[in-house]
Design a protein around this ligand. Structure first.
Ligand code: EPU
Length: 418
């Protein structure tokens, strides 16, 4: 039920996209790796199954997981797992650099775009890998007798998060120095570099355009804490803004949220840093604003749908342009079912603010769209029923319990029949 103001505080979980890349990173070392602040999400469990299929021993203790990949196999992970989770392709770099050979099924496209991997592949080829794609499987092997990749200078045509991660991980155990130019600068890249360095890797410059990796012979065990999820945190900040509520969002890193906080302030909701890891929303009148998604430190594509929900009830005309993924405006049709006034042209959505949304049954099309529909439901008049919660469960830990803790009238319907 919507139109209910929120109050209190909510604690943010560990970052899904850091955890996924770092789980792949545990394959770089044959000692125990312990990861703390692991979020409890279906994507994380799927990645655990991918690693287990490669011979990794995993021990789960709520938010801490232990990995041992002493018996890592060069066999390919089952396609039915890889096709569920694109991040499972990220294992290619660590397996290739450790074993000299890797086979990983091509993950294919997904709900938000075609998501090719040629930048990952070109990076590995530049480091001396032989790569062929046959029957839907990427086969990579290292040329020459040493079995080791060679450091290289790699310029990425686009600062792809996944390609930067694949190349960075592969380069940790390569022979010589690798430089990645036009690298992605997302906080998850910095987290992966810090994790690799905690195992003895020599990576500098992560978080800038240019990352330098000096290859080492081997990595050692580590005990590492995953950063907070900036997208979950941003989603709760929007929950505060869209319900005109003052809430505290805790266990966050303010610096990772600068583009999101700046845009919220432009729209009319101030966010103040209460303490080192605590943010407070100060609600205000909501005004239109234009948004263009960009690689970090630009506005994150993973917050576009949630902000679109907010702009549907912000006074005036907003233009939302999605530049990162080619098919990430599918939530528009669902928001329109709730009374939003939105027109899509190409990769842009023109949003005219309406005074109020009205609750309706809606269907989630992907992870961030599902969060946007929940946010819209919090602000809408009457009851909203969001279907397709398997998308939500990929990336939001206990969303309904966390919102209930803030006083939202939300519940999960077990056997809902439309
Ligand atoms: N791209 C290519 N070729 C490549 C690689 C990427 O054309 O070889 C294109 C993609 O098709 C896309 C754009 O580059 O259009 C950006 O892709 P990128 O590689 O940067 O994204 P990713 O690594 O596939 C990660 C996150 C996404 C997030 C993006 C952008 C993980 C597991 N996923 O994806 O998260 O949107 O970076 O920030 O880290 C989500 O959490 O909802 C999510 C989709």
């Amino acid at each position: 039920m919507g139109r209910n103001s929120l109050k209190g505080q909510v604690k943010i979980s560990g970052a899904k996209n850091s955890a996924l890349a770092i789980m792949a990173g545990t394959l770089l070392c044959d000692d125990d790796c312990r990861l703390n602040n692991m979020p409890c999400l279906s994507d994380i469990n799927t990645m655990g199954l991918v690693l287990a299929s490669l011979g990794v021993k995993i021990k789960k203790m709520t938010s801490s997981w232990e990995f041992n990949s002493r018996n890592l196999k060069a066999e390919k992970a089952p396609y039915d797992l890889v096709s569920q989770l694109r991040a499972s392709f990220f294992v290619i770099g660590p397996i290739l650099t450790r074993l000299g050979v890797a086979q990983v099924p091509l993950p294919g496209g997904c709900a938000i775009g075609s998501r090719p991997v040629e930048l990952h592949v070109r990076g590995l080829q530049a480091m001396g890998a032989n790569v062929t794609i046959e029957h839907g499987v990427v086969n990579a092997s290292v040329k020459g007798s040493s079995g080791r990749l060679k450091g290289a200078n790699i310029f990425l045509d686009y600062p792809s998060v996944g390609a930067t991660e694949t190349i960075m991980m592969a380069a940790t155990l390569a022979d010589g120095v690798t430089v990645i130019e036009n690298a992605a600068k997302e906080p998850e890249i910095v987290d992966l570099a810090n994790f690799c360095n905690s195992m003895g890797a020599k990576i500098s410059g992560a978080g800038t355009d240019s990352i330098v990796i000096k290859g080492v012979e081997r990595l050692h065990s580590t005990d590492y804490e995953i950063i907070p999820d900036r997208i979950e945190a941003g989603t709760f900040l929007v929950a505060g803004a869209i319900t005109h509520s003052e809430i505290l969002v805790t266990s966050v890193n303010h610096d990772h949220l600068i583009p999101v906080i700046a845009k919220l302030s432009e729209i009319g909701c101030k966010v103040i840093q209460e303490d080192k890891n605590i943010l407070r929303t100060i609600p205000g009148e909501l005004r239109a604003s234009d948004i263009e998604t960009l690689p970090h430190p630009g506005f994150p594509t993973d917050m576009q749908a949630q902000f679109m929900a907010l702009l549907t009830i912000s006074e005036g005309n907003s233009l939302v342009t999605e530049t990162v993924f080619e098919n990430r405006l599918r939530h528009v049709a669902e928001l329109k079912r709730m009374g939003a006034n939105i027109k899509v042209k190409g990769n842009s959505a023109h949003v005219v603010g309406v005074p109020m949304l009205s609750g309706a049954p809606v269907m989630a099309t992907d992870l961030r769209a599902s969060a946007a529909l929940v946010l819209a439901g919090l602000a809408a008049d009457g009851k909203t029923i969001v279907q397709g919660l398997q998308h939500l469960d990929r990336g939001y830990q206990d969303l309904e319990q966390k919102l209930q803790g803030l006083g939202a009238k939300i519940q999960r319907l077990q056997d809902y029949q439309p």
